[in-house]
Ligand binder design. Structure first.
Ligand SMILES: [Zn+2]
Length: 97
């Protein structure tokens, strides 16, 4: 069940009605579901790296939070692919400054 993300750049597979879904999620989650402060400008997959585009699998997020989440997910997946013992300690949450 291991996915191999190394062979090529990951192509986002979005459904044909993504524009409609996106509008609906942004209307539902008008405030970022991650920081709860800034307005949502993008739609985030709650579970990363899935092709689940149901409403309950998606959430509205602001750009900075979404970038942060995507970056830490990519780092996590890189750490997994390097094998155990190489994980760096968790970084402090950026919201705690
Ligand atoms: Zn946010």
């Amino acid at each position: 069940m291991a996915h191999n993300w190394n062979t090529s750049s990951r192509v986002k597979r979005l459904p044909g009605n993504w524009g409609t879904i996106r509008k609906r999620i942004l209307a539902r989650d008008s405030t970022c579901m991650i920081c709860g402060i800034r307005p949502s400008t993008t739609v985030d997959h709650i579970l990363p790296m899935t092709d689940d585009h149901r409403d309950e699998a998606l959430q509205g997020a602001c750009d900075p939070c979404h970038r942060q989440k995507t970056a830490s997910e990519a780092a996590w997946f890189r750490a997994q692919s390097r094998g155990p013992g190489r994980r760096r300690p968790d970084e402090p949450h950026p919201g705690l400054f």
